[in-house]
Ligand binder design. Structure first.
Ligand code: NDP
Length: 479
């Protein structure tokens, strides 16, 4: 049994209270490691270390910080196989997904911001012979970075890398459900000689670690990715001290399919946008809206392909759908499927747990397609965050837009059409921070990322993240 450690001020340490939590492997249901059940004392030590390290880290040139971050990126690449296996075991996701997406992307996050800071610039505003203004972008201090379990190292590094690149120091909390690759990242920091105290990693629960961190008086900014309810709680906790907040929250994303689309390309991608990572990606399209002329064909062909997806052990190269992350999460998904039936939904395929050979206690759920529900029902309004999609027909573009926009969320949307004008028109009207036309999850790290309505506050990605993690200071010079 491995016992993970916090990483504070460049050293591995047990939690001050000596307590640990079980870490369970979703594919087997077995405890395979212990993680620190840290508390306010550990958070205080981590913030103190980050505060102490801030003057020297923020005084480094961009080129010097860049070198440190590139060393981390390169070491992630060298340890890719080991990190991918750890991510797959900890989260239940197919190994091939962790190997091809999660870990390469974690490496890219560090490499992207290591180089982005070399190309950042400051603005000047010329006032002719009176003088001119220039704008300094200064780091802020100690950043709190809190991330969820669905894309563990990928989202952890998505926050940490720009915070550090901009010159801040960091105290980061990974999800208690998937702590393992964050722990391996602390090993990597140690191996590459990352300066002590610049990045501190504290394991534990939301109430135990998250809350003392976001309320700590020496933490002026918080970057959080997770559920909308948790985001609201953090927003409330942070408000009295006017902390800077970036909140990346939940979604209930529409996938709008017009009859004139490239049907085969749409079908292939819709399988992905519905069930990649067991549907546990905030960007998955969980509400599929299909124009009436192709509705019946879509339901028949889509359902046939979904039913053929292989649910299996994460380590099996043939597996397309792995285990969902935990027993409570599996139960939540199954409860939503039961609710959908009570609400009058018809289960076209799936709708039940799956017994996978060799893993009798694993948390496997069959990919599920549900039809016959109105947009107003709870199944269509609440985030399920599992391998469950609903399909609904529409008759006009106006109706499609009204249905697509009819939730409190506004993270991402996908639309399929070969009509160029309609594509742009609909993209313009969709209430979402990100729209994919004839595609899904094509990411360019330079672009703004985030949601509208209750899917979030602010934007990360590219220079948006460097803007978030700095404060502008205008200086006027009289000539
Ligand atoms: P949670 O909101 O439950 O948790 C996210 C993180 O916050 C975890 O590290 C969690 O710790 C911590 N946390 C929990 N309670 C508190 C608290 N009171 N104060 C401070 N921190 C706290 O989300 P999940 O981990 O369940 O992740 C799934 C959610 O994340 C979905 O809603 C999904 O849509 C969203 N998400 C959004 C993305 C986006 O970019 N918009 C991307 C990916 C996911 P612990 O795990 O220990 O409870």
């Amino acid at each position: 049994m491995i016992t993970l450690r916090n990483y504070i001020d460049g050293a591995f340490c047990a939690p001050a209270n000596g307590r640990h939590l079980d870490n369970i492997e979703p594919a087997t249901g077995e405890v395979y490691s212990l993680i620190p059940d840290s508390g306010a004392d550990d958070v205080a030590a981590a913030v103190a270390a980050a505060k102490k390290a801030y003057p020297s880290w923020s005084a480094l040139t961009a080129a010097e910080r860049s070198k440190h971050l590139m060393r981390v990126a390169n070491r992630i690449e060298e340890r890719l196989e080991e990190l991918a296996a750890a991510e797959s075991r900890d989260n239940g996701k197919p190994l091939k997904l962790a190997r091809s997406v999660d870990i390469p992307r974690a490496r890219d996050n560090f490499a992207f911001y290591a180089t982005a800071i070399l190309h950042d610039w400051s603005e000047t505003h010329d006032m002719g012979t009176h003088g001119f203004n220039y704008t300094l972008r200064r780091p802020i201090g100690v950043a709190a970075c809190i991330s969820p379990w669905n894309l563990p190292l990928y989202l952890f590094s998505w926050k940490i890398a720009p915070a550090l690149a901009a010159g801040n120091t960091v105290v980061a909390k990974p999800s208690e459900v998937t702590p393992y690759t964050a722990y391996l990242l602390s090993e990597i920091l140690h191996e590459v000689g990352f300066p002590a105290g610049v990045l501190n990693i504290v394991h534990g629960t939301g109430p135990g670690v998250g809350e003392p961190l976001v309320t700590h008086p020496d933490v002026p900014m918080i970057s959080f990715t997770g559920g909308t309810a948790t985001g609201a709680r953090i927003n409330t906790l942070a408000a009295p001290s006017f902390k800077k907040l970036s909140l990346e929250l939940g979604g209930k994303n529409p996938n709008v399919i017009f009859a004139d689309c490239d049907f085969e390309a749409m079908l292939r991608t819709t399988l992905q946008s519905s069930f990649a990572n067991q549907g546990q990606i905030c960007l998955c399209g969980s509400r599929i809206l299909v124009e009436r002329p192709i509705y019946d064909r879509f339901v028949a062909e889509f359902t046939a392909r979904v039913a053929a997806l292989k649910v299996g052990l994460p380590s099996d190269p043939e597996t397309q759908v792995g285990a969902v992350v935990s027993a409570p999460h599996r139960d939540k998904i199954l409860n939503y499927i039961a609710l959908a039936q009570q609400e009058g939904g018809r289960i076209e395929c799936g709708g039940h747990p799956v017994d996978v050979d060799g893993a009798p206690n694993g948390y496997f759920v069959a990919p599920t397609v549900i039809t016959g529900l109105p947009m107003s029902c709870r199944t269509n309004q609440e985030e399920i965050f599992g391998p469950v999609v609903t399909v609904m027909p529409f008759d006009t573009e106006e109706e499609a837009l009204a249905l697509a926009n009819a939730t409190k969320y506004g993270l991402a949307a996908t639309l399929w059409t070969s009509n160029l004008q309609r594509a742009h028109r609909v993209a313009h009207e969709l209430e979402a921070g990100i729209v994919w036309i004839n595609s899904w999850l094509v990411r360019d790290l330079r672009t703004p990322f985030g949601g509208v309505k209750q899917s979030g506050l602010g934007r990360e990605g590219g220079f948006e993240a460097l803007r978030f993690f700095t404060e502008p200071k205008n200086v006027f010079v009289k000539l």
